[in-house]
Design a protein around this ligand. Structure first.
Ligand code: 5CA
Ligand code: ZN
Length: 426
């Protein structure tokens, strides 16, 4: 898919003592780890399912990974970012049916809106951005391979399903073919069973070998879109294998890091990593998850409908940089609840920072820039980074602008650093 325009990342002076190691919280072990210790960084962040996009929970997650992207670029790494759009899946089709719109139109319109929101928020786009629909031939080849190697099996479909070839069943992954299954989330079997049922799984489906075995290929059903599936028969891809294949094709296997909101650790990232493993290359070495944003007392979610949209705030005239600052004021791993105060605080901070960089001179920002770098490299600690800029801005504004101690060119240096490291354009 065509992604959105890349923001300009200003050049800023490199630290004299070399780049800091960028450490993040590995969801598997809970340890702080250097996810990309070498000269390159290859990462995959699960993209949107294009309906009810882009709410502030989505934006919060993508901003967290954008900070990581920027930290890696600042450390001089060659970064490759891949992502997807789940542009065909049960919840999207259900929403289209419920609202009487064509599912393709819904997906296209919401994907376009997401693209606009990401551009406005200054998020660096993925190098490869692949739709589930685009990935069908690659998914078919992968699932055929899994069938051939005994890592998948067919489950008969109900009468009326299966198009011209009802004898070919739906295809499920056989998790027993992967002895490492469970190593990503390390959950006990009861929690796995609960989360699988809650998050799109079908533990009750008759004919499965194991209740947790995930769907790889869903045969054609009356009224549902379907694609040529080669030896699989007509149908559409399962969710986890879609991300497994898109990440593999965008990055190669294994790759450094896979991320998303905390709701994706299980089953989604557990399953997609398992699929990559049986496809022969291992999946992400590190998994990273952002905390879920709540609103009105509950997780902001499409199914509950308690949503605040980036596009609605933009339409109200809110500066996207104020939204960016409102979200970055919370550490990415915390679970927090959005209120009107967040936006007010973000807008006030943006005003102060803009005032601070609007004179000819300002205090030397070198220590502030070092503090921002250190904070971001330490598990993307944006609140600490914002506090460092706040302190510098307070000093710049204290006693009026352009005092004798000021350094000429300091406002520009500070503005470029804030833009490069935090993605806030002043
Ligand atoms: N298309 C799949 C991933 S392959 C999907 O989960 N789509 S989504 O539209 O539901 O969510 C997009 C991203 O936003 C995911 O990383 C998800 O974990 C994250 N997300 C969803 N709701 C919230 C929330 N309330 N707070 C933070 N992140 C959220
Ligand atoms: Zn995904």
């Amino acid at each position: 898919m065509r992604s959105w325009p890349a923001p300009q990342i200003p050049e800023i002076p490199r630290p004299a003592d070399g780049p800091a190691a960028v450490r993040v919280h590995d969801s598997t072990t809970g340890d702080l780890v250097e996810a990309a210790p070498g000269a390159t960084a290859r990462f995959y962040v699960c993209g949107i399912t294009p309906y009810d996009a882009t709410h502030l929970g989505h934006a919060n997650t993508y901003l967290a990974f954008d900070l990581l992207h920027r930290a890696w670029l600042d450390a001089g790494k060659d970064v490759t970012y891949a992502s997807n759009v789940t542009d065909v899946d049960d919840p999207l089709l259900e929403r289209a049916t419920a609202t009487g719109v064509d599912w393709q139109e819904l997906a296209a319109e919401q994907t376009a809106l997401y693209r606009e929101d990401m551009t406005a928020l200054g998020v660096i786009p993925p190098a490869t951005w692949t739709g589930a629909v685009e990935s069908v031939p690659a998914v078919v080849a992968a699932v055929e391979h899994m069938l051939d190697t005994g890592a998948a099996y067919r489950v008969p479909v109900e009468p009326g399903a299966g198009g011209d070839d009802p004898g070919l069943g739906d295809v499920y992954a056989d998790l027993s073919a992967d002895p490492s299954f469970g190593e990503v989330s390390r959950l006990d079997s009861r929690t796995m069973a609960e989360l699988f049922a809650e998050r799109g799984g079908d533990p009750e489906r008759e004919g499965k070998k194991n209740a947790l075995d995930p769907l790889l290929w869903r045969r054609e059903r009356p009224g549902e879109p379907a694609w040529d599936g080669g030896r699989l028969g007509t149908g559409r891809p399962g969710w986890h294998v879609e991300c497994a294949v898109i990440a593999r094709d965008g990055l190669g296997l294994p790759f450094d890091l896979q991320g998303g909101g905390a709701d994706l650790l299980f089953p989604h990232h557990e399953m997609s990593t398992s699929h990559d493993r049986v496809l022969g290359g291992g999946g992400a070495r590190v998994h990273l998850h952002a905390g879920l944003v709540a609103y009105q007392g509950e997780k902001m979610s499409k199914s509950r409908g308690n949503l605040v949209f980036v596009s609605a705030l933009r339409a109200d005239g809110v500066d996207p940089m104020a939204i960016r600052l409102a979200l970055l004021a919370h550490h990415y791993r915390t679970e927090w609840e959005w209120t009107g105060d967040d936006l007010r605080t973000g807008a006030e901070r943006l005003d102060r920072w803009r005032s601070a960089v609007s004179g000819n001179g300002a205090p030397d920002p070198a220590a502030m820039v070092a503090a921002v770098r250190a904070a971001v490299a330490d598990d993307l600690d944006a609140p600490t980074a914002l506090a460092a800029v706040d302190a510098w801005a307070a000093e710049a504004l204290d006693g009026g602008r352009d005092t004798a101690d000021d350094l000429e060119g300091a406002p520009g240096l500070a503005a470029r650093a804030v833009d490069a490291l935090l993605g806030v354009r002043l």
